[in-house]
Design a protein around this ligand. Sequence first.
Ligand SMILES: Nc1ncnc2c1ncn2[C@@H]1O[C@H](COP(=O)(O)OP(=O)(O)OP(=O)(O)O)[C@@H](O)[C@H]1O
Length: 295
Amino acid sequence: MSAAELGVENLTVAAGARRLVREVSLTAAPGETIGLIGPNGSGKSSLLRAVYRVLRPEAGRVLVDGADAWSVPVRRLARTLAAVVQEPGGDLDLTVREVVAMGRTPHKRLLDGDGPDDTRLVEESLALVDAAELADRPFDRLSGGERQRVLIARALTQQPALLVLDEPTNHLDVRHQLAVLGLLRRVPTTVLVALHDLNLAACHCDRLYVLKDGEVVAAGPPRQVLTARLLAEVYGVAGEVTLHPRTGAPHVVFLPEGTTPSVRAGARAGAEAGGDRPPVRVRGPRGGCPSREGT
Ligand SMILES: Nc1ncnc2c1ncn2[C@@H]1O[C@H](COP(=O)(O)OP(=O)(O)OP(=O)(O)O)[C@@H](O)[C@H]1O
């Protein structure tokens, strides 16, 4: 697997007269994990759909290693980009192993069977998402979380240089959430992932882009982006953000409606964005959040 460079340039996505994504630009360097966060309806899925070539943009470009994703042949794009999406794929009368093997399709010629390398990749991918024991089960009868892991295995089997995922932790229990996001950190590919869980995003992403009403309202490393002010302005909730002493990542605690955030916590969160308090001391790289191998 290699890693692609992603460039989204002034992308606007519309449905009829409605603009779902408005002049969004973002970049992902090869190997980066980029998180897309924002409230319901802020345009995350629409942006991802334009990147993985399902929703044609009204304006702007999606560049994968410099090539326009909407101009290259679909098959070529599928050898570079894999997507794990929320749309139900319809009933698939296939076993889990067969579904995962579909990830090899872009790399094969018409009527090619599965070679030993294909078979090995399928088994390896299933093992990576802790789904080896599901291989012979009918895909249609899996639980939501099992399906999700199998679809991630299919994407890994595709050996993409760019992996686009829309809420991949949906349906997953906490162990599998951590395992899947840890895995995404380890695969040597570029990752663009929409996430709702801000603490998972903080811990597993190199940089975050925050969408609101289809526009990017903040972008940068999690420590800069995730502040109490952002929670209030973008999500309309009160919360406190501290740097977790074990992981070194921002840690968000949401406060029930009617609670007044403490001044201390608010100041701590702001410190990372250039506020007036020194940052909380954190442990070094062994703190806890998974990092890229070799970094
Ligand atoms: N095909 C469509 N036609 C009209 N409106 C649409 C269409 N697809 C999405 N929308 C609207 O566009 C807005 C953005 O939707 P989108 O699914 O991109 O948001 P999201 O940030 O992924 O939301 P969520 O967090 O709820 O998944 C929403 O208001 C949604 O209702």
